[in-house]
Design a protein around this ligand. Structure first.
Ligand SMILES: Nc1ncnc2c1ncn2[C@@H]1O[C@H](COP(=O)(O)OP(=O)(O)OP(=O)(O)O)[C@@H](O)[C@H]1O
Ligand SMILES: [Mg+2]
Length: 229
């Protein structure tokens, strides 16, 4: 039977475990609630399960046990997984995951295919998003022709392509310099004031300080929570 769904919550995680082959326990009974419109930062030492948690929220991995409800979808019983990944959540991967054979512009356009957009609409939106992350002029370059920080900004633009309800970002500022980080944080604030729910993994305390709540993980669970602003 499906868990009861709290419509106030964008994310409702209860008792989630994830045990990888070899008995690596990445998540050990984790609970997490995020309200719609909230910006939450997740911190914690390397290996404590942050990326595993984001992958589960994005439905690209499944928990070993526990319940995960995102934007009203019980992920254990979801029928339209590709629709969920396309419309409900945008994920900025820790390692960007851009397609190396596609141009910067095509990488950003990719998630918009099959969503009812015309080629012109896809192009216009991708150009706008690239301008938003200060990459105008780089549209035709391949990912290998970009710096690490530029690739990360392409990944951010791509995650925003379909105006997701929830943005999941894994170390989005990890390879950005301080000027790009500041611009990215401005973009997050604009998205937050537009009502987007944002969950961001970060090691940087000054980046985490921009969130409404900072959640600290250790050994696969939440060990501390503080209100940042
Ligand atoms: N596919 C996998 N198979 C086996 N073990 C895995 C797999 N993915 C992650 N792990 C292990 O699960 C634990 C949590 O990994 P995870 O990537 O979630 O950590 P993290 O908090 O994101 O770390 P970092 O800050 O270094 O990115 C680690 O011990 C890791 O080695
Ligand atoms: Mg990680």
């Amino acid at each position: 039977m499906s868990e009861s769904i709290d419509r106030q919550l964008a994310i409702d995680v209860k008792g989630v475990t994830r045990v990888f082959p070899g008995r690596v326990t990445a998540l050990a009974g984790l609970d997490l609630n995020v309200r719609y419109g909230e910006m939450v930062a997740i911190t914690g030492p390397s290996g404590c399960g942050k990326s595993t948690l984001l992958n589960i929220l994005a439905a690209i991995d499944s928990p070993t046990s526990g319940s995960v409800i995102v934007a009203g979808h019980d992920l254990a019983h979801i029928h339209d997984l590709s629709g969920y990944r396309r419309h409900e959540v945008g994920l900025v991967f820790q390692l960007h995951n851009l397609l190396p054979q596609l141009s910067t512009l095509s990488n950003v356009e990719l998630p918009m295919f099959g969503c009812g957009w015309s080629a012109h609409q896809r192009r216009t939106r991708a150009l706008e998003l690239l301008a938003e992350v200060d990459l105008s002029g780089c549209e035709q370059r391949l990912p290998t022709e970009l710096s690490g920080g530029e690739r990360q900004r392409v990944a951010i633009a791509r995650a925003l392509a379909n105006e997701p309800k929830i943005l999941l970002a894994d170390e989005p500022t990890g390879s950005l310099d301080s000027a790009s980080t500041a611009r990215f944080l401005d973009l997050l604030k604009r998205l937050e004031s537009g009502g987007m729910t944002i969950v961001m993994v970060t090691h940087a305390p000054d980046v985490a300080a921009n969130a409404q709540r900072v959640i600290e993980m250790r050994d696969g669970t939440v060990v501390n929570e503080s209100v940042a602003k």
